[in-house]
Write a protein that binds this ligand. Structure first.
Ligand code: GLN
Length: 488
């Protein structure tokens, strides 16, 4: 197998046995990027010299140390371009931050560096993470490695495509309404969205602060547990991060789910969903039953409201968060004839159409006279949605659903119809509204050879149960071992 196709844990074993060096591994991934990224276009910024320097440091550290090394020492990873990286451009896929170079690292980036990881570069994203296809990037769309005419999903589409295409061994993404899980599903990789507050958001450029969370994209569940263990934990610099001990998530990888209760919500098998997706997910539920899980039908009665609630709250929070881009402090500045003109020109030229749509929707929902009818009402319904999950998790340990109602769609297919695009996250949004955790793992392919994702959700801080079920499923199947045919 090519070095760039290894999982993190496979690479770790070879590195520790001295069979490969971090420099060889990093060079193999950089060569792979050179071969395929002109087609896939997963990266906005590449940092090859820095990566090789970090790889040399990792090799040196290993040479001086006895015993087991940090699981990420010398492992080449990619970072979604909404996470601040000191000295390296961080654009959020937006013209307004095109030339922004942060003076500091996001806590998650600092943690990866402290663990000895090699940082390859910054991956493409929908502008300010608003989107489900990476087509809202101000720079270029990323393509799906399984079919270059199709989208990789979004907004962490660059990270998902990079993992699928062998352009990194794992990546960080962010998930506000599905942006780690949906692209993971569409690219045939694993995507974990942790509980709200489990991972520090310090240095994550804010989209919707009550929903945003950093997650990981990897080739299998073991790698997700490894990477997540490194980034999880309390951070005094993020007041929303939880001061709760971090367990060893790899301890969840037992393969044993006998007696675990798996909920299947009847509201998640909707008309209009691609029949192959439904069939694959139902087959996956059967597999879990074969492995000894008890399958229980549950109800999440307010599911239908998740989409409208999300599209009131997320734009409302975004409209406030994005007020800081005024052309005065950082980012793009287009000087006008007055201060107000400078604001208008800067924002008018700096933001793309979807971001402007969200700012307008959000400002409207928050404005005097409409606040009670829209924003406040949406907050109340959010509480009902959370209540649905609280009740369901009294009966079951995890809930299993499709991740996305369809497999990867064609580039351009949904760009003219925002509602169609928004529907791509119909199964992922509720989890963010409820603040709970979940994962998407590969569970099959449609007739056109496009990957299908299975979503496993758990309660707040229920990542151990989620990883346990996901791993047991993965052990019983080989979907995660398939790789797209690209440039070979
Ligand atoms: N697709 C959803 C949106 O456009 C979710 C995005 C995300 O999770 N960042 O808002």
């Amino acid at each position: 197998m090519a070095l760039y196709d290894l999982t993190i844990h496979e690479a770790r074993a070879l590195l520790d046995a001295g069979e490969i060096s971090a420099v060889e591994l990093t060079q193999a991934v950089l060569d792979r990027i050179l071969t395929v990224d002109n087609n896939v276009r997963a990266y906005l910024t590449l940092t090859p010299e820095l990566a090789l320097e970090q790889a040399r440091a990792a090799d040196a550290a290993r040479a001086y140390k006895d015993g087991p090394s940090s699981p990420l020492l010398g492992i080449p990873l990619a970072i979604k371009d909404v996470l601040c990286t000191a000295g390296i451009p961080t654009t959020c896929g937006s013209r307004i931050l095109e030339n922004f170079i942060p003076p500091y690292d996001a806590t998650v980036v600092a943690r990866l560096k402290a663990a000895g990881a090699v940082i390859l570069g910054k991956t493409n994203t929908d502008e300010f993470a608003m989107g489900s296809s990476t087509e809202n990037s101000a720079f270029f769309p990323t393509r799906n490695p399984w079919d270059l005419e199709r989208v990789p999903g979004g907004s962490s589409g660059g990270s998902a495509a990079a993992v699928a295409a062998g352009e990194c061994l794992g990546a960080l993404g962010t998930d506000t309404g599905g942006s780690v899980r949906q692209p993971a599903a569409l690219c045939g990789v694993v995507g974990l969205k942790p509980t709200y507050g489990r991972v520090s958001r310090y240095g994550l450029i804010a989209f919707a602060s009550s929903l945003d969370q950093v997650g990981v994209l990897t080739r299998d569940v073991t790698d997700a547990a490894i990477l997540f263990s490194v980034i999880a934990g309390y951070d005094p610099q993020d007041s929303t991060s939880m001061d709760v001990p971090v367990p060893d998530y790899t301890a969840a990888l037992t393969g044993d789910i006998r007696g675990m209760r798996v909920g299947v919500p009847k509201e998640y098998f909707v008309p209009g969903m691609q029949p192959e997706v439904e069939a694959a997910v139902r087959a996956a539920v059967e597999k879990l039953a074969e492995r000894g899980a008890e399958v229980i039908e549950v109800s999440l009665p307010h599911t239908d409201y998740a989409l409208p609630v999300y599209y009131l709250l997320a734009p409302a929070e975004a409209s406030a968060n994005l007020a800081r881009y005024d052309g005065v402090r950082y980012g793009l500045r287009v000087i006008g004839s007055s201060l107000e003109e400078t604001y208008k020109q800067t924002r008018g030229q700096g933001f793309g159409p979807e971001v402007k749509r969200r700012i307008m929707l959000g400002t409207y929902a928050l404005s005097a006279g409409y606040y009670d009818a829209y924003y406040l009402k949406a907050q109340k319904v959010r509480t009902l949605i959370k209540g649905d999950f609280d009740r369901a998790f009294e009966q079951v340990d995890v809930i299993v659903t499709p991740t996305s109602p369809t497999t990867a769609f064609r580039i351009g297919e949904k760009t003219d119809d925002p509602i169609q695009m928004y529907l791509s996250d119909i199964f992922t949004l509720s989890m963010n509204l409820a603040g709970i955790c979940g994962i998407s793992i590969p569970c099959g392919f449609d007739r056109q050879g496009l990957p299908i994702g299975l979503q496993v959700m758990g309660p707040a801080l229920g990542e151990m149960a989620v990883l346990r079920v996901a791993y047991a499923y993965e052990q019983a199947t080989d979907w995660h071992t398939r790789r797209p045919v690209l440039g070979r």
